[in-house]
Design a protein around this ligand. Structure first.
Ligand SMILES: Nc1ncnc2c1ncn2[C@@H]1O[C@H](COP(=O)(O)OP(=O)(O)OP(=O)(O)O)[C@@H](O)[C@H]1O
Ligand SMILES: [Mg+2]
Length: 431
């Protein structure tokens, strides 16, 4: 035990309070670098009938933003309703929502439980009876869904907050269309409920396709990778709570590896703090050896989805593909020209034990990485330009390179990184 005088239980509790590599952030106090989006969402909800759609790359922090804001908006004794859209239909989700709304209804609370309170919902007598008994039958039409949800919402004293997570995973386009009409109806009928949707995508249009009529009922929140302040804030809050000093150089390297995808920051810090805790010496600072071990542990513990993509792309031959991928991930720009990637590659190869490939072979490797045989890990955007199919993978590629002693992404985006870079230069620890 080597962190202050914390025993293991105290250490774990503190760690879990700040680092959650495998689950979304739940509270605004722990949500870093998203102030602007939080304001955008809370303001959108001031308009009656407006709902919110958060979209962005896989792993960028959509569920965390939705959940933290939803928890903040809920009454103290209430929790948001969370519904995952994968493998569901519009009607199954609506039914689930209705039962959860009813399930949370106080027995004698809300609008009168008697039939007087039911007037105006347009429900059949049978359906009324079922809802009063808190049973939700299968729903089959949009009108029915809207009436049932309106009834369930009115039964509740407090305004409910609902998250429809992973909207992109709704298998059927017709269901997206029904959702679009549902959002519109809920707005037109001023049903007092706040709905947040999240989805992987580059735009709201890509997720709702042709269902334009509901756009003005939705505030669309586009989520980019975390800026530098947000990245460092995750590290510093956890380090401070544990009484550990993480030097600027280490902070910078973790932030750079993460590429703004916060999962990596949580994961590396978690591993790092465990290394410190397990060290027999009573230490409160990060040493290069502890950092190295933390990177190794993070590589081992990465989610299989990312590992598989990397392995499929690189495993077949020698190190060639791996080094080409490292070169792809060596910059903050998502889309890069192959000429620039080749320059990165030449730099990287100066640190490697074997010679670099020439440009022709390098190009062949780049092209292969676009093919299914290599998991189509790269996509060609326009002539001579490339990007990773899954942007979150860049962090893992950087992590793998770091493990092999190659520090990538020593470049810095001008807007968000300049201040950090200056701080980093000022305080740079000796190697
Ligand atoms: N703003 C933030 N501050 C601190 N940690 C964050 C933030 N956003 C996300 N995280 C952390 O990053 C990881 C990924 O977040 P989250 O699950 O919210 O992403 P997502 O975009 O919903 O992912 P997916 O596309 O896989 O559903 C989690 O470990 C979460 O705790
Ligand atoms: Mg999510």
């Amino acid at each position: 035990m080597a962190i202050r005088d914390l025993n293991e239980l105290e250490f774990v509790e503190t760690l879990q309070g700040y680092l959650t590599p495998s689950s979304p952030v739940q509270r605004l106090q722990l949500l870093r670098g998203r102030r602007e989006q939080v304001t955008q969402i809370t303001r959108a909800f001031h308009s009656k009938g407006r709902h919110v759609f958060i979209f962005g790359d896989r792993g960028v922090g959509k569920s965390s933003l939705a959940l933290s804001v939803a928890n903040f908006l809920c009454a103290e004794d209430d929790r948001p309703i969370q519904l995952a859209c994968n493998s569901e239909t519009f009607f199954s989700l609506a039914r689930n929502l209705a039962s959860q709304l009813l399930g949370a209804t106080p027995v004698n609370g809300g609008v009168s439980g008697g039939s007087i309170g039911l007037a105006g919902y347009g429900l059949s007598a049978t359906l009324e009876g079922q809802l009063q008994a808190r049973e939700v039958p299968e729903l089959t039409s949009l009108n029915e869904v809207v009436s049932v949800i309106r009834y369930c919402v009115d039964k509740h004293l407090q305004e409910r907050v609902v998250i429809f997570d992973e909207f992109d995973a709704l298998p059927n386009d017709a269901d997206r269309g029904l959702f679009a009409d549902f959002i519109k109806q809920m707005g037109d009928q001023s049903v007092p409920i706040k709905m947040l949707f999240t989805g992987i995508g580059q735009s709201l249009e890509s997720l709702l396709a042709a269902h334009h009529s509901c756009y003005r009922y939705l505030a669309s929140v586009s989520l980019s990778p975390l800026n530098w302040d947000g990245r460092l804030a995750i590290i510093n809050a956890a380090a401070e709570a544990l009484g550990i000093e993480v030097d600027m150089s280490t902070q910078y390297r973790i932030g750079a590896i993460s590429d703004g995808f916060p999962h990596y920051i949580h994961l590396i810090c978690e591993k790092l703090f465990w290394e410190i805790f397990d060290d027999p010496e009573d230490i409160s600072q990060v040493t290069p050896e502890l950092y190295r071990r933390a990177i190794e542990a993070a590589v081992q513990d990465i989610e299989p989805f990312l590992q598989e993509l990397y392995e499929t792309a690189t495993r077949k031959y020698n190190d060639d593909y791996q080094e080409v991928l490292w070169a792809v991930a060596d910059h903050h720009e998502f889309e890069r020209r192959s000429t620039d990637i080749f320059l990165s590659y030449q730099d990287i190869m100066k640190q490697r034990p074997h010679p670099a490939m020439d440009r022709t072979r390098f190009n062949t490797r780049m092209n292969s990485l676009k093919k299914d045989s290599h998991g189509a890990i790269l996509i060609g955007t326009r002539q001579g330009w490339y990007e990773l199919r899954e942007p979150i993978l860049r962090g893992y590629i950087r992590l793998r390179a770091e493990r092999d002693g190659v520090a990538l992404a020593q470049d810095h985006p001008q807007d968000t990184g300049a201040r950090t870079l200056q701080l980093f230069k000022d305080k740079r620890a000796p190697q």
